[in-house]
Design a protein around this ligand. Structure first.
Ligand code: PDD
Length: 293
């Protein structure tokens, strides 16, 4: 349990995780009426913090919940939470719900939002995930049509991850009308005819920040990677498949629904992209150390 003994943040207060309590009337608990962010932390520094806060503000706006803290205040609290937990490599989780109110579907008029943050050490990426790749399964995308909002309503994702785990896989990949959307908790890239594609922004895909870094780096370094639709057929015959996420960075999928992907080994483009991603994290970290925010 990586969160045991950590300091959490709840509505303006830093306190031991075990003491951080929320009402059973909280609309996050009653309706999953809230949104979240997961920010990776490298050597005590939150990677792409501004991009995560921008996405959080967008999620809040899309569900009609005004930002309870201005961005600068939130950024200061994130930094303080990392400091109080003496986190090196880790992850900050932010959840904002519409707050506690008597149960009624329409928005309450006089409720204050609940703001929760936790900070946990990162779970190291096992070497075999990189050298051998991971297994994934596919499933019909049964989620709602606003997956661009980082909603805390994750039951379909939870169920898909459980199905994946039961079949010895690490991730599930959603298919909507024979098109790839994304993973249960990641974005997906498929290499077809030497070029990697990831489904473009839209209402069925979370605009992933790791994905954006990969697209940006590939563009900068002239790698054949772009955003574009991926069909189920293309996924199943792809030369390489990767997932991207804040917690697991870029991972090669080498088994899909029990079948090998391409050669069944992590591919050459994966290696270059992962290297470019890691190099970018390192250079932004070095820059952050030079110019403390
Ligand atoms: N999830 N798509 C979904 C459905 C996700 O849940 C995530 C990340 C991503 C990747 O986004 P990013 O690169 O910004 O992390 C895409 C986080 C890690 C989570 O729920 O734990």
């Amino acid at each position: 349990m990586t969160l045991k003994g950590t300091i959490a943040y709840l509505n303006g207060t830093f306190l031991p995780l075990e003491e951080a309590q929320v009402s059973i009337l909280d609309r996050g608990f009653q309706f999953a009426d809230g949104v979240y962010e997961l920010i990776p932390v490298y050597a005590g520094w939150p990677f792409r913090l501004q991009a995560h806060l921008t996405r959080l503000e967008r999620s809040l706006a899309e569900i009609g919940l005004g930002a309870p803290l201005v961005r600068r205040e939130l950024a200061v609290r994130v930094a303080e939470l990392i400091r109080r937990n003496a986190t090196g490599d880790g992850k900050v989780y932010i959840q904002i719900t519409r707050g506690a109110a008597e149960r009624d579907h329409a928005f309450p008029s006089d409720t204050t939002a609940t703001v929760v943050m936790t900070c946990a050490p990162a779970e190291p990426i096992p070497e075999t995930w990189l050298s051998e790749g991971i297994a994934a399964i596919t499933a019909e995308d049964i989620r709602w049509a606003r997956c661009d909002i980082k909603s805390i309503a994750l039951l379909p994702n939870v169920m898909l991850r459980q199905r994946a785990a039961e079949s010895g896989a690490l991730e599930g990949i959603w298919l909507h009308q024979a098109q790839v959307t994304e993973g249960a908790a990641s974005n997906v890239f498929a290499v077809v005819a030497g070029e990697a594609r990831t489904p473009p922004d839209g209402s069925r895909v979370l605009p992933g920040i790791t994905r954006d870094v990969v697209l940006e780096r590939a563009d900068e370094e002239g790698l054949p990677v772009r955003s574009g639709p991926v069909t189920e057929e293309e996924l199943k015959n792809a030369e390489e498949v990767w997932t991207t996420s804040s917690t697991k960075e870029v991972l090669p999928v080498t088994r899909l629904d029990g079948q090998p992907v391409g050669s069944g080994r992590p591919g050459p483009l994966f290696r270059r992209v992962r290297e470019a991603f890691r190099a970018r994290v390192a250079s932004e970290l070095a820059q952050a150390r030079e110019v403390p925010s």
